[in-house]
Each structure stands twice: as structure tokens, then as C-alpha cells.
Design a protein around this ligand. Structure first.
Ligand SMILES: O=P(O)(O)OC[C@H]1O[C@H](O[C@H]2O[C@H](CO)[C@@H](O)[C@H](O)[C@H]2O)[C@H](O)[C@@H](O)[C@@H]1O
Length: 271
């Protein structure tokens, strides 16, 4: 129940977004699909230190317990890393590595790399290790199907060199590598999938009649592109987007999720 004496936190959300969420909350089977870094969790220098804001976490935990409502995290992180930083109950659906890894209602993560893919991953490791060797604060994060080259703490010059040389050296060695650029990160993968494919898969898996997706980065645009007219896309932060609504960052994403939980519970009264 909303306390009418103090304005609800979500009153800072754009009115059109509130209206669209009222509509969305009435859907029969709702899928709430969420990017993690930059959306639920503010950006930090060390990826393993990232955590969802307490408000976002609380709203996600509420949504997870609601009937006819499924919650999924759709992340670029490897699932092992996502499990650790998100720390959600087992019935949260997890998509990792931009759609390559799936943990859907079983403890097992579905990812069967072929021997050819494993071999190419090994070669990729060798190439990228050479690239970062002489650059300060440029490092590679290992993932099941590839690597993320991080430059967050590097100088602008070292970042530029790292991106340039990594792209050049990998394209000289491989002709079918998937390369994705994100916030202070360049990701290389031996298997190609997108968050858009992840949304399509989750829509079918959950039988959702409408989808809410929130994301902040370039790779989230594939997910926004996969949304349908009855869905709702929420962009966190700046940058060009296909999403129909935008908020400044994780604090307001958390407010939107709390509102969605209130509306879904039928607990918000018309003011
Ligand atoms: O799809 P996401 O859930 O948004 O994951 C994208 C990448 O997130 C992580 O890196 C980013 O966040 C870090 C923590 O804030 C930050 O230090 C880094 O600069 C960002 O690029 C993660 O490490 C990557 O593996 C994910 O692909």
C-alpha cells in the first residue's frame, strides 16, 4: 500500500512510463528481463564488486515470488560471475555471455562448445594475452566462450591502442569471431548469439504475454529490438536507443521495478 502522506519514490518517474507500466502490469504472464551491470548495479572498477542497488534487489525478489511472473537476468557476464554478483534464488532465470549460456530452472548451465570452438578459444586467449602484455590497466576477463578486454582504468591512449591492436590481431587470425563493444570493454567470442535471441528464447520458454526489458549498453539494443508492441523497453542512462522509455540510471530502474511490483500486486491505488 502506498503511503499517501509522502510522495511515492516512483513519482519521479516520467508520467508516460508510469502509464505504460500500469498497462504492462495487467498482462496475464509477465516476463521481467533485466540486464545487470549499469542497469541493476551501478558501474564499479572491479567487475566482481558490482552489486544491484538494495532497492533493485528488493524489487526483483518481490517480482520473483509473484504468480504468473518470471524474472530473468540477461547479461554479458559468464553465468558463474552473474550467479556470484546477483545472488538470486534458483528460480531466477539466468542468461549469460550475451545469450550463449542459459540456466533455466535447472542447476545446469547449457553450453556445449565443440572441439573446434574450444581450440579457437585457446588461440584467442594467446592473441589477446599478447595484446595486453605491455599496456597498463588493460586486462582480459575469461569467459566460457571467449574473453572481455577491459580498459576502464587505462589511459585513453592505452584504451585506444588496446582496442585497435586487439581488433587487428584477432581479425588477422579469425574470420568468424563475434566482437561486441560495451562500456570500457571489447568482447570476443567464438560463438555468436545476441541478447535479442535470448529474449525470444525466454519469451517462448516462459509463455510470456508481455515482456519488460531494461538495459543500459550497446549490446542491450539487440534485446530492445526483439521487443513487441505489448512489451516495454526501458533504457538506463545515456546513448542512442530503441527503447521506448528512458531513466537516468540504476536508481530509477529500481524505482520502476518497485512500481511494477506494486502494480502487479494490485497494491497501488489511483491517487
Ligand atoms: O550485460 P551486462 O550485465 O551489463 O554485463 C556487461 C559486462 O559487465 C561487466 O563489465 C562492465 O561492468 C563492470 C562493473 O561495473 C565494469 O568494471 C566494466 O568496465 C564494464 O565493462 C563484466 O565484467 C563483463 O563481463 C560484462 O560483459
Amino acid at each position: 500500500m502506498v503511503d499517501v502522506d509522502s510522495p511515492p519514490a516512483f513519482s519521479s518517474l516520467p508520467e508516460p512510463l508510469i502509464g505504460a507500466m500500469r498497462e504492462l502490469a495487467r498482462t496475464k504472464r509477465l516476463l521481467v528481463a533485466l540486464d545487470f551491470d549499469g542497469t541493476l548495479a551501478p558501474e564499479v572498477d572491479e567487475p566482481e564488486q558490482a552489486r544491484a542497488t538494495p532497492e533493485a534487489r528488493k524489487a526483483v525478489l518481490r517480482l520473483l515470488e509473484m504468480p504468473n511472473t518470471r524474472v530473468a537476468l540477461v547479461s554479458g557476464r559468464a553465468i558463474g560471475s552473474l550467479e556470484q554478483v546477483a545472488d538470486l534464488p534458483d528460480h531466477a532465470l539466468l542468461i549469460g555471455s550475451h545469450g550463449i549460456e542459459l540456466r533455466l530452472d535447472t542447476p545446469d548451465v547449457r553450453l556445449n562448445l565443440s572441439s573446434d570452438e574450444l581450440e579457437r578459444r585457446g588461440e584467442l586467449n594467446r592473441v589477446l594475452t599478447d595484446v595486453v602484455e605491455d599496456l597498463d590497466e588493460v586486462w582480459i576477463e575469461s569467459k566460457p566462450a571467449g574473453f572481455a578486454l577491459h580498459t576502464r582504468l587505462a589511459t585513453a591512449e592505452d584504451s585506444r591502442i588496446a582496442h585497435l591492436v586487439a581488433r587487428r590481431e584477432t581479425s588477422a587470425e579469425f574470420d568468424d569471431l563475434t566482437v561486441r563493444e560495451g562500456k570500457n570493454v571489447l568482447e570476443f567470442s567464438v560463438r555468436s548469439t545476441t541478447k535479442g535471441e535470448a529474449i525470444e528464447h525466454l519469451r517462448e520458454y516462459t509463455g510470456a504475454t508481455a515482456v519488460f526489458f531494461a538495459g543500459d549498453d550497446v549490446t542491450d539494443e539487440d534485446a530492445f529490438a526483439a521487443l513487441e508492441p505489448d512489451d516495454l523497453g526501458l533504457k538506463s542512462g545515456e546513448g542512442a536507443t530503441l527503447a521506448n522509455y528512458r531513466v537516468p540510471g540504476p536508481k530509477d530502474v529500481a524505482r520502476a521495478l518497485a512500481l511494477l511490483a506494486d502494480l502487479r500486486e494490485g497494491d497501488v491505488h489511483e491517487q
